[in-house]
Design a protein around this ligand. Structure first.
Ligand code: SF4
Length: 315
């Protein structure tokens, strides 16, 4: 158990990742809100010649934009500090907007502060990983898992074509594809090797996963997460001992650890379901009794009996 936690924590957000992102969020918020302030007060001298209605409309737009940014930045700060999604209306939408449109702004702001783009992308992926696992623990348990691998993991001189059909691999063990196939079989996941973003998108469309565990470099993981939002992507960084895109490696223990964690979340959730189901059955029966409608709906009764039988079998 300790090993799983260790392997996962290597891919999860560290305090420095969170600090870096909080700094970026605060600085960007300060910049944007200052620009909004100036965009009203500076031209308001010229606007004074215009009718009141125009001035109020202009002020309204500025205030609405300011409120929008305050909500987005407040949401981001809460999510980063808590390490999980906060339950407010439109939380999913806000997260999608933040990932798609605000990350590029953070990268620009990071450049102003002298923070390398790759460092920001790394922090973003690790924070995202924490949110993905936390969502799984809080009820979004994935059933279909896709292991999405980059083509550069394959041994450069291997003659087998594993793109699209990873099962073609002869399992010689010269590259990580062999072990990844074994992991996919062990955990009931789908393994796919993609040569680029277009094929990766097509694979995602075809397999319709609930969770993607993707291996790639910082840049590709970031763009993959942005492309597939709101679909959850857990990112694992590849290793590049021979330089980028050539005979790359992956920490197989990290992949194993995440799959193990998801399996344990799944089994806990199934255990909980089997405990709750008879209680729901009893409460439904009591409701019917109280309403004077004992077993009035044969379909409902049949479903409840089935549920109860399944739960006793599971026990
Ligand atoms: S493990 Fe599979 S993909 Fe890798 S070199 Fe051997 S046959 Fe090729």
């Amino acid at each position: 158990m300790e090993e799983i936690k260790k392997a996962i924590s290597q891919n999860n957000a560290t305090t420095s990742d969170k600090r870096l992102f909080l700094l970026l969020v605060f600085f960007t918020a300060f910049l944007i809100l200052s620009i909004l302030g100036f965009s009203y007060f500076v031209p308001s001298v010229g606007l004074s010649a215009l009718p009141d209605l125009v001035r109020w409309a202009f002020l309204g737009i500025i205030v609405a934009a300011g409120c929008f940014f305050v909500v987005i930045f407040g949401f981001l700060i809460a999510v980063i500090v808590l390490g999980r999604d906060v339950s407010i209306p439109y939380a999913k939408k806000l997260r999608s907007i933040a990932i798609k449109y605000f990350l590029p702004i953070f990268i620009v702001v990071g450049r102003l502060l002298g923070i390398p783009k790759e460092r920001i992308q790394h922090a973003f992926v690790t924070i995202n990983n924490e949110l993905v696992l936390s969502a799984c623990r809080n009820g979004r348990v994935p059933e279909r898992i896709l292991l999405l691998m980059p083509h550069c993991l394959q041994y450069s001189e291997c003659s087998v074509k594993v793109t699209y059909r990873a099962e073609n691999c002869k399992r010689c063990g010269k590259c990580p594809i062999k072990r990844l196939l074994e992991l996919a079989e062990e955990y009931g996941a789908t393994l796919s090797v993609a040569t680029g973003g277009t094929i990766a998108r097509r694979v995602v469309k075809e397999t319709k996963p609930d969770l993607i565990i993707a291996v790639a470099c910082e840049r590709d993981l970031t763009s993959g997460i942005q492309d597939t939002v709101p679909l959850p992507v857990y990112g694992i960084f590849n290793r590049r001992p021979h330089g980028p895109c050539f005979n790359t490696q992956v920490d197989l223990e990290a992949v194993d650890a995440v799959l193990k964690e998801i399996r344990s979340i799944k089994s806990k959730s199934h255990q909980l379901e089997s405990k709750i189901s008879p209680l729901i059955y009893q409460s439904k029966k009591l409701d019917n009794f109280a309403e004077g409608l004992p077993s009035s709906n044969p379909l409902l009764t049949e479903n409840m009996d089935k549920e109860n039988q399944e739960s006793s079998e599971a026990k």
